[in-house]
Design a protein around this ligand. Structure first.
Ligand SMILES: C[S@@+](CC[C@H](N)C(=O)[O-])C[C@H]1O[C@@H](n2cnc3c(N)ncnc32)[C@H](O)[C@@H]1O
Ligand code: SF4
Length: 374
């Protein structure tokens, strides 16, 4: 499979209540960061000689905040140093408040082919509750601008936001489906990633949908999206036919991916590496001409097997039944074997010829299942 490259652009205008990504709201280091990133592209190119790339993913942070000229320079450098095919998917994560017609046109001119918009909700009350900078009208306007630009378009929603009701979630989903997107990502709120949200949910549970209500909505959402022509191809992702995210799918299929930028992760030649998570250390190490790697390890054959099951089960195409049953047999763990039989009985797994995959209910309980393959 062709390779992909992820680039982390950590700058944000402010920090949202639920976010635990490595981000900075102080842009004073941005110029030095982009210079360091350019150096990292050159260093990584040495290790990627001979590899063919068909996806670039500019994630964040808020890549749509980076001046378009700088993004163009970065993309040119990636294309000059790596063997990036002409039909490659080039994704940019954008926040609704940054989307304008001139920016859209400049992103297109720089070679961006796909935009992933962090909508989260179309309800102002919910957006305010987690400190988003946009309102519902701005999100609609951003999607309208992007949908008319000939780009592939994806929208993110979060299920479980404070102040969200079943009806407001249904409304957000229907609005997103009608906005011209060809890809939808819905994430269950991970409140534990933010101390203040976790505390708020404990103290004011009435602001949140119960776990059962969220589960019901999740199942209902699957039906709604499939009725609108979206295929559920990964736990959190739905796409119109042929519009699956090329880059993200590489993670679930364990294809080679470079990870550039502060805190970025990569999987290359059987090694998992991650960069330092501190901006200053990232910039300093590259000034010294080193790749700023914090962790670098070869994966073991047993780990490879477990990973390919855990990641493969996230996809609707599932994994080979022999792979999973062989792994369970080698473990010799009678509790795991009993749990596996229980997952079938509870309707969490479905057969797919020689393969097996999670059912919609299985996706809902995927944490319980996937953690058994660690
Ligand atoms: C890299 S993040 C943010 C990208 C962009 N800056 C934005 O704010 O939309 C990508 C997506 O992860 C999801 N996400 C981030 N933190 C989350 C959390 N704690 N729980 C659930 N989803 C989360 C959001 O839907 C977000 O759009
Ligand atoms: S804008 Fe996106 S990356 Fe930045 S803090 Fe908010 S959710 Fe996190």
């Amino acid at each position: 499979m062709n390779a992909g490259v992820y680039v982390h652009l950590p700058y944000c205008a402010s920090r949202c209540g639920y976010c635990s990504f490595v981000v900075s709201t102080d842009a004073s280091s941005q110029e030095a960061y982009l210079t360091a990133l350019g150096r990292e592209v050159d260093l990584a190119a040495g290790q990627a000689q001979g590899a063919r790339f068909d996806s670039i993913y500019l994630g964040g942070g808020t890549p749509s905040l980076i001046p378009v000229g700088d993004l163009g320079v970065l993309l040119d450098r990636l294309r000059a140093r790596l063997s990036v095919g002409p039909q490659s998917e080039v994704t940019l994560e954008a926040n609704p408040e940054d989307v304008t017609v001139p920016r859209r046109d400049a992103w297109l001119a720089a070679g961006v082919t796909r935009i992933s918009v962090g909508v989260q909700s179309f309800e102002d009350r919910e957006l305010r509750a987690v400190g988003r900078r946009h309102d519902s009208a701005r999100a609609r306007e951003a999607l309208r601008i992007l949908a008319s630009g000939g780009l592939s378009l994806s929208g993110d929603l979060i299920l479980g936001l404070p102040e969200q009701t079943a009806d407001s979630f249904r409304g957000s989903l229907a609005t997103l489906c009608a906005s011209g997107v060809d890809h939808v990502s819905v994430y269950l709120l991970e409140a534990e990633k933010s101390k203040s949200l976790e505390e708020d949910r404990r103290v004011r549970p009435e602001r949140y949908l119960s776990d059962d209500a969220q589960a019901d909505l999740w199942l209902e959402m699957g039906e709604l999206l499939s009725g609108q022509g979206f295929e559920h191809y990964e736990i959190s992702n739905w796409a119109r036919p042929g519009r699956q995210a090329v880059h993200n799918t590489k993670y679930w299929r364990r294809a080679p991916t470079l990870g550039l930028g502060v805190s970025a992760h990569e999987f290359w030649n059987g090694r998992r590496r991650s960069n330092v998570a501190a901006l200053e250390a990232y910039i300093r190490r590259l000034e010294r001409g080193e790749r700023p790697v914090a962790v670098d390890r070869v994966t073991s054959p047993e780990e490879d097997c477990a990973e390919s099951i855990m990641l493969g089960l996230r996809l609707s195409q599932g994994v080979a039944r022999s792979e999973i049953e062989g792994w369970i047999a080698r473990r010799g763990d009678s509790r795991l074997a009993a749990d596996y039989a229980g997952w079938w009985e509870r309707g969490l797994l479905r057969p797919l010829g020689e393969r097996l995959a999670l059912t919609e209910r299985g996706y809902l309980l995927s944490n319980e299942i996937l953690c058994r393959f660690v």
